[in-house]
Design a protein around this ligand. Structure first.
Ligand SMILES: [Zn+2]
Ligand SMILES: [Zn+2]
Length: 100
């Protein structure tokens, strides 16, 4: 985890986090403070691309919520409930006005 981030990456990560949890928003639960989740797909291109394949998730939907609620507790079930990482990444990038 000692990879250094570029200024562009730091800026992107802070903008993504500022969107609030994307799952809470899609469920109309309002804006929840978000952590950065690095998507597991589409990250094979280069190390540099990693910090641009991120989605904002709250503590519950990221790690704390348990199986089916937290993405790290079981991604397949989570994606069946909330949409795939790829779909959510598309949504985030569209909201930020970035090309998909
Ligand atoms: Zn959430
Ligand atoms: Zn994560």
């Amino acid at each position: 985890m000692s990879k250094s981030k570029t200024k562009a990456e730091i800026l992107h990560l802070s903008r993504v986090a500022a969107l609030g949890c994307i799952v809470c928003r899609n469920l109309n639960l309002g804006e929840t403070p978000a952590e950065i989740h690095h998507c597991s797909k589409g990250t094979g291109l280069s190390v540099r691309a990693d910090n641009f394949h991120v989605i904002p998730l709250c503590h519950i939907h990221h790690r704390a919520g348990g199986h089916g609620v937290a993405i790290h507790a079981g991604r397949k079930t989570w994606e069946a409930h909330y949409g795939t990482e790829g779909e959510l990444l598309e949504q985030v990038r569209a909201e930020m006005g970035l090309p998909s």
